[in-house]
Design a protein around this ligand. Structure first.
Ligand code: ACM
Ligand code: ZN
Length: 767
């Protein structure tokens, strides 16, 4: 027995020593050759570099990382037998931020163009080591890496206004940014729900503007403003000393911090502190959520010189803290109605010869740009800064899709791509069932991975203006550090590969395999992360008059098991291989199974209701909006009902009647038709004023079989789902025509008063 064991250990040991090392670095290096054996970091290892303060700082960082996971102090080794050398060689590594990492059994060398490259080489080494304190050997596989980034701007954004995150949480975020070789942290410090940056000249910005009433137990859009007698107890801000500490922490890791000082909108917190900065100059309190009274102004007055003096002072203090070349000045989502009515704003427009409020916004941004440029810096603004004329040197951050970025690049302006789809990480990555409440959308790991920041519309010259891409983490729905981590992990690993790895080398299945070891590292580091992409997407598929269900997962090498009776799937449930037909009302539940085990996630679940129009073909008189296509033109007959979570299964029509003709495929005997509709006041979605129903045997001559007038007032702010229905004596019909009349405009008192609104419909049900 003893002998056999010994033999076995010997075999294992031999195998272990000769087995090919696996290296799972993310983002995937440009070139990586893994060799046999490893370099063991231990008490005999020291770090070597020429006298240079950047190399010294990098060595200090690396030494402290090694100390964190082991008892080894590389800084005090007396007679080293092994060295880790950090050195510059611009001839060997011509790319800024590039590095060559050579690991042999006795020596590790990082050769780089600049300090940044040295730090990225260090990150590659760290990714091969445990992420937790260990007594085990620190073995770095022997390998040769040549590496450099595809894009200059590799960013991650964090909104600390909607909910406040501590300096420690910000540092954890910066650690992740560095780990994945991003180089920019976009710090969204100011918004309506809190001013988070200490400005010495204007102390009320933080003594007042950083504090709101605590409504965190309520949904974002259900949070009433502060009532008389209440105290603002929720919030926080970063003192300038804390900011300096965070900036030093980021600099040590090679991360540039770009502050965002929002203007002229999204500044209700500043207005609460200094009401004289608004057009209306009335007192108001810092907003705890997304709703506010119509007489609250969330923007600065563009006609008041005090506003510009204030902003120049704020920017001067900001620039004295932040050494970044870029200062983000916001510029998004201005509600220009206050400017339309304000005498000072109107006078400014007259004096400056500005023809509309768009040009007034442009005046505002251009004036601030001039100030920032005079201090040797550059501005970035959200894509709304294109409206009314772009400031001469501005870089545009394209968030409402890529259109703004494309327009700016064509005007020879630099662009950073951060399109909501797929780079808003406050959107769902799976589910929505089983996921924490998120800000709509559906940006899966695979969608993020497959993003490419350079649009086809651009010439190669214009394409040079695309500096890179960035993911944004807005915090309306994110209250805790754990949720911050959950929303960015693992999607930021996918984005890292988008902005670093040459596009022709990208491979999702390969990425997904490497990600496994990162999941282990997250666990070791105590980081919260999503396994959402193990989940199953349940999709309706209408073909040849039939409704089929398709199941997808982004995970390679797993089985999908499912049930259709609402019971929980297990490893022995039906194995999915191809789309299957729905012939009665069912509830599909599906899971992924890896190595015989169900992945520990809430099963995906979707109900389908059967009726006589299922699988019919739908023709519209008015095209619906691309923004809310649901599952495409057939989603009115796919058996899927919408829910109160706006999006996904609702088919949206803006400012137009919904007129749909459905061909049932053959003459059927029917006695009722309904149309399901949603009213969602805050999202500008209203019930149609009336819905009429017609039937036809030949598709030419239609007869009306019923009409229902809406009885839900447009002023009702609670979300409501209503079925408009016609019941009639049994009749033969092959064609159904449904006409839903859109409410002509948003009602009085609504933020969109007088403007076009949406109809949202989910299903035409025929019995
Ligand atoms: C934004 O999402 N309002 C830039
Ligand atoms: Zn004004």
């Amino acid at each position: 027995m003893f002998r056999i064991n010994l033999l076995l250990s010997f075999l294992l040991l031999t195998f272990g020593l000769t087995a090919q090392n696996t290296v799972n670095i993310i983002p995937k290096p440009v070139s990586l050759t893994v060799n046999e054996g490893s370099f063991t970091i231990d008490y005999k290892t020291s770090v070597k570099y020429i006298a240079d303060k950047d190399l010294q700082a990098a060595a200090k960082y690396f030494t402290s990382c090694i100390k964190d996971i082991s008892d080894v102090n590389l800084a005090v080794v007396k007679n080293p037998s092994k060295t880790i050398e950090l050195k510059y060689d611009k001839a060997k590594v011509p790319q800024a931020e590039g590095y060559i990492l050579t690991v042999t059994k006795n020596k590790i060398t990082i050769t780089a163009n600049n300090r940044q490259g040295i730090l990225f080489g260090i990150q590659s080494i760290l990714q091969t080591l445990p992420a937790i304190r260990t007594n085990g050997a620190l073995n770095v596989p022997c390998m040769e890496i040549t590496d450099y980034p595809a894009f200059k701007w590799r960013g991650m954004h964090l909104d600390v206004s909607r909910h406040f995150f501590s300096p420690e949480t910000v540092k954890t975020y910066i650690d992740l940014i560095a780990k994945y070789k991003f180089n920019t942290f976009h710090w969204h410090l100011i918004d309506d729900q809190g001013w988070r940056l200490e400005i010495k000249k204007y102390p009320k910005l933080t003594s007042v503007g950083a504090w709101r009433v605590d409504r965190n137990h309520l949904d974002w859009d259900d949070r009433e403003i502060m009532k008389p007698g209440e105290k603002p107890t929720y919030g926080g801000f970063y003192t300038q000393a804390q900011v300096r500490e965070i900036l030093a922490y980021a600099a040590e890791r090679g991360v540039t911090v770009v502050p965002e000082i929002e203007m002229p909108a999204h500044v209700e917190s500043a207005i609460a502190a200094y009401p004289n900065l608004s057009c209306i100059q009335k007192p108001q309190s810092v907003l705890p959520g997304g709703i506010y009274p119509v007489d609250y102004q969330t923007s600065y007055c563009a006609g008041n010189e005090d506003v510009f003096k204030f902003l120049e002072d704020v920017l001067t203090e900001t620039m004295s803290l932040f050494p970044s070349k870029y200062i983000h000045i916001g510029g998004d989502e201005l509600d220009k109605r206050f400017w339309e009515k304000c005498p000072k704003c109107q006078k400014r427009m007259k004096d400056e010869g500005l023809k509309d409020v768009d040009e007034l916004q442009s005046y505002f941004i251009k004036r601030m740009e001039k100030f920032v440029v005079s201090k040797g810096r550059k501005i970035i603004g959200w894509d709304e800064i294109l409206e009314g004329g772009l400031a001469p040197e501005a870089t545009v951050m394209s968030w409402r899709g890529e259109a703004g970025g494309i327009a700016a690049a064509k005007m020879n302006h630099d662009v950073i791509m951060t399109p909501g789809n797929p780079l808003y990480f406050d959107h769902y990555q799976a589910g929505p069932q089983g996921e924490p409440l998120a800000n709509g959308g559906f940006n899966t790991l695979g969608k993020v991975y497959n993003y490419y920041p350079v649009p086809k519309e651009l010439t190669s010259e214009q394409a040079k203006h695309i500096l890179g891409a960035q993911a944004n983490l807005w915090a309306e729905f994110i209250k805790t550090r754990l949720q911050v981590e959950y929303m960015v992990l693992p999607r930021m690993a996918a984005l890292a590969e988008v902005v670093w790895t040459p596009v022709e080398m990208k491979n999702f299945a390969d990425f997904r395999k490497r990600l496994q070891s990162h999941f282990v590292a997250y666990g070791q580091s105590g980081l919260n992360f999503s396994k959402g992409n193990y989940s199953v997407e349940i999709k309706p598929l209408i073909e040849n008059g039939k409704l089929n269900v398709q199941l997808n997962t982004e995970m390679p090498d797993v089985e999908i098991r499912y049930t259709t009776d609402g019971s929980l799937p297990n490893p022995n449930s039906l194995l999915y291989s191809a789309p299957f037909e729905v012939t009665s009302s069912i509830n599909v539940k599906a899971v992924t199974v890896e190595n015989g085990k169900v992945m520990p996630l809430e099963p995906s679940s979707q109900s389908f209701v059967m009726h006589k129009a299922i699988g019919g073909s739908v023709n519209y008189v008015n095209k619906n909006s691309n923004a809310y296509p649901a599952d495409g033109p057939n989603s009115l007959v796919d058996g899927i009902r919408g829910t109160y979570a706006v999006g996904k299964f609702w088919h949206g029509f803006s400012g137009k009647n919904l007129i749909a003709t459905i061909d049932l495929g053959s003459v059927k005997n029917i006695s009722s038709i309904s149309l399901g509709c949603l009213q969602h006041y805050r999202d500008w979605i209203f019930m149609p004023t009336e819905v009429s129903f017609e039937v036809s045997v030949d598709g030419i001559n239609f007869k009306q079989v019923g009409k229902e007038i809406n009885n839900i007032p447009p002023t009702e702010t609670q979300a409501i789902i209503k079925d408009f229905t016609a019941r009639f004596n049994n009749t033969d019909a092959r064609y159904i025509r449904v006409t839903a009349k859109v409410l002509p405009e948003a009602p009085k008192g609504h933020p969109g008063e007088g403007k076009p609104v949406w109809i949202f419909a989910d299903e035409v049900m025929v019995e």
